[in-house]
Design a protein around this ligand. Sequence first.
Ligand SMILES: [Mn+2]
Length: 431
Amino acid sequence: MLGTWNFLKKAGGDMVADSREIRVLHTSDWHIGRMLFGKKRYKEHEAFLKWLVTTIREREVEVLLVAGDIFDTNTPSNRAQQIYYRFLFEVAATGCRHVVVTGGNHDSPTFLNAPRELLRALNIYVVGSACDDPSEEVLVLRGLDGEPEMVVCAVPYLRDRDVRQAEAGEDSATKQQRLLNGIREHYEAVAQVAETRVTEAGRRVPVVAMGHLFTEGGEVTEGDGVRELYIGSLAQVAPGSFPAVFDYVALGHLHRAQEVKEVAARYSGAPLAMGFGEANRKKSVTLLTFANEAATPGVELVEVPVYQRLARVAGGWESISRQLSELCRSGQSVWLDVVYNGSELMGDLRERLEETVTGSALEILRITNTRATREMLALSAVDETLDILKVDDVFERCLNANQVLDDQREELINTYREAVVSLEEDDIRAE
Ligand SMILES: [Mn+2]
């Protein structure tokens, strides 16, 4: 189906100037291939992308922007790849004329970029990683008549090495400040190219930038896979860093849908709940309408259906068993996170829970027995939780709880630190 603008343009020349309108759908953070406590989520991704194709058709979307974290890992499984390519194939058959995909911190830039020439033939543009020449990130989208209809600055996740020269001996605050300066300069460079493209177009066309980054004041949720990355980090971009030429900035990286204060920028949020902390949060994609000469687009959040219900059940045993019975009666398939925090020390918690849900559509993915954890770690204060302890503290509590002798500790601590460092390196590689 043709978009309004093109339809009218075909219908009669005079109407064009007053009726130009372009509909853009902004989404991000699909994380195809992501698991939740060992459960695969392919079915949810398939259902979401099927729904997305239908939504693109029904809402007559002309431009689709996917702002990073298409995949959950830099080595997507065959099934994850199949889901992605099938979606691109299906979307290419709709009225959506342009698809822009940028890399996120979870994506492999080389993996995303590999088929870019082929995808280009389907009007799918892929920018997996930052380009040396900023003009390569600036796309001029053209209507069916060949005239420019929108300029997109397809900026992917900017890695340290993309924007900053490492210098010996710099401390972490300096390093982060340089990274932020580098990000700002990168956006200024693409904005400059975008302005030139608008001038060349000879009339006002919307300029939309993309990004995969953390802006100051952004909100994250426990267990959503983002918060943990930024503990103790200063690497948050000030919203004022975005050049004024951008009519809208389509962001990814934060998994909660939100607007950025002071500027026309939004996070579309992840379409699936990323963890149990998001169990009751509504998920959406962002539908933008750029009408006539108006600089700021109309924004509508289109709610994504829930394909797998998640629930967190917390409390003492009485409360947990009551909540579970209610969920059982609903007959719905529910994945559960059970947090036992009753006063009674319950050694057979797992058995009791399994017994309660047997034969129902409920499935328990995680059980936390805070009482037992507290005892094991010998937490000194009642309000001391794992969240506020550093990794080294946790291990020290563990050594204490197991009454490990002093002369054995040094070697154990060293081994533990090696394990932690290698995990962190895996995370860096996963970026
Ligand atoms: Mn993400």
